[in-house]
Design a protein around this ligand. Structure first.
Ligand code: SF4
Length: 465
């Protein structure tokens, strides 16, 4: 079932575990990254000689079982959970991608989106090289397979300069795992020491904690990390961009609240977003409720500074997730009720302030407001912990096209009318940055339309198909 949220990019994991079966660790790491992509999952494993892989469409628990995990033997692994930001959601685009190169087998898993992929793709095709997939990650893999250099680190350095966009990558050869981050630092990628020796890298530090990692640090923008029998090696593939362009939405919505992004606790920043939201709006009401789960910390922060009590107003069915079973027409008419029930005892005759993290297309806020009114709310005031999303993202987040974004089509007053709430409020870009506690180093392009580099706005998610 779909929600009106920006869709996460993808999750990646890399394991070098000399004393363990890496596939099993990758499997549990991917579970911890499931929220970043639910369309496909895959793991590739190396034992020093060959690479084996398994991937499929669906959740990690649907793709893997003991039967297909057991043959993936080896101490090196990479894994991926996919949401399609480039290319369709067919099995052909499920990652990791694996190819044979002149330097041996190479597998890749990618989180992000290359904004100049169309140009890179035509350059590769003109050289007579075929592409295994319709996604930008396949373009990166083929560029790397044909790159000059004596080592994979050198080949990476050769091609990274041409990749304009977001990439947090894990690569697997027969005897090493490499982890790479783009120089703008759009997407997170962290590294930790495994408890029984070895290392793990993951899109989020929360997944590394799940694996028992310690000494967790962020892989720096532009850094290449190599993990193999010689231990850990690091070099700077490209200098970090000035300024950096970390994705603000990792704080607002994507990352797990127990993750650390830019050395900041995501949970703490979300509480601060709620505090700033009240400072800017000075809203009055009887109760503050979050749209669960991502807005819960912000509602706590809002309540703390406003002294308006915080309570649950919605109960979310946490297990409906992303189902591939289409509901019947009768169930479809239930809309958001399939996912949320309201709690009348906490809402009846109250002026309700609802905290949510974002409005993208504006198609679920209205039904949620209706649910609150049906449960007896006297007034419904909707407060959002980010500015209006008026521009698409070309760096790996599916927010829809200009035409689909409600903030591009309507003013705030028109949006309020469309949603049917008594008032509608957004946090300003300045408020978001105050909550994060940084003056620069973040991408806010979906709010401001100011991208870190020139963008080809004609390129769409399935443009290569
Ligand atoms: S445009 Fe928005 S979603 Fe995309 S990277 Fe920038 S802040 Fe993140």
């Amino acid at each position: 079932m779909t929600t009106d949220k920006p869709h996460e990019e993808c999750g990646v994991i890399g394991i070098f575990a000399p004393a363990e079966e890496a596939a099993s660790m990758a499997y549990f790491g991917l579970h911890a990254l499931q929220h970043r992509g639910q369309e496909a999952a895959g793991i590739a494993v190396a034992d020093g000689r060959i690479i084996r892989d398994h991937k499929g469409l669906g959740l990690v628990s649907q793709v893997f079982n003991q039967g297909n995990l057991s043959p993936l033997t080896g101490h090196l692994a990479i894994g991926h959970t996919r949401y399609s930001t480039s290319g369709s959601s067919s099995l052909r685009n499920a990652q990791p991608f694996l190819v044979d190169t002149q330097f041996g087998p190479l597998a890749i898993a990618h989180n992000g989106n290359i904004a100049n992929a169309a140009q890179l793709r035509s350059e590769i095709l003109q050289r007579g090289i075929g592409l295994p997939t319709s996604s930008d990650s396949g373009i990166m893999l083929m560029a790397l397979a044909g790159a000059r250099g004596d080592t994979w680190e050198e080949r990476l350095q050769t091609v990274m300069g041409a990749w304009q966009g977001a990439y947090s990558l894990v690569l697997l050869t027969q005897d090493k795992v490499l982890a790479v981050r783009d120089p703008w630092g759009f997407r997170p990628l962290s590294l930790g020491h495994l408890p029984n020796g070895g290392f793990a890298v993951a899109s989020e530090s929360g997944a590394l904690q799940t694996l028992g990692c310690h000494h967790i640090r962020e892989i720096a923008p532009g850094e290449i990390v190599t993990l193999d029998a010689h231990g850990l090696k690091s070099c700077q593939g490209l200098k970090p961009a000035q300024p950096l362009a970390r994705c603000t939405f990792e704080h607002i919505y994507f990352s797990r609240p127990d993750s650390v992004w830019d050395e900041l606790s995501v949970h703490h920043v979300r509480q601060r977003l709620g505090e700033e939201l009240w400072q800017e709006t000075q809203l009055k009401g009887d109760v503050v409720i979050p749209v669960p789960d991502s807005a819960i910390p912000a509602a706590i922060g809002f309540s703390r500074v406003s002294h308006i009590p915080h309570n649950d107003g919605f109960i979310k069915n946490r297990y409906i997730g992303r189902t591939f079973i289409q509901p019947t027409d009768t169930l479809r008419r239930q809309g958001v009720k399939l996912k949320f029930n309201a709690l009348p005892d906490n809402l009846r005759d109250k002026r309700v302030i609802v905290i949510d993290d974002s409005i993208v297309r504006g198609n679920t806020s209205g039904p949620l407001v209706k649910l609150l009114r049906q449960a007896g709310a006297l007034e419904v005031h909707l407060a959002i912990t980010c500015p209006p999303i008026a521009h698409p993202c070309y760096m790996g987040v599916d927010m829809g096209t200009y035409d689909e974004l409600i903030a591009h089509r309507m003013t705030i007053e028109q949006t309020r009318e469309h949603i049917g709430c008594d008032s509608l409020h957004y946090l300003s870009v300045e408020g978001v940055m105050r909550a994060i506690g940084r003056k620069e180093g973040y991408c806010n392009a979906c709010f401001t339309g100011v991208y870190p580099f020139k963008i080809n706005t004609q390129h769409t998610k399935t443009g290569f198909e």
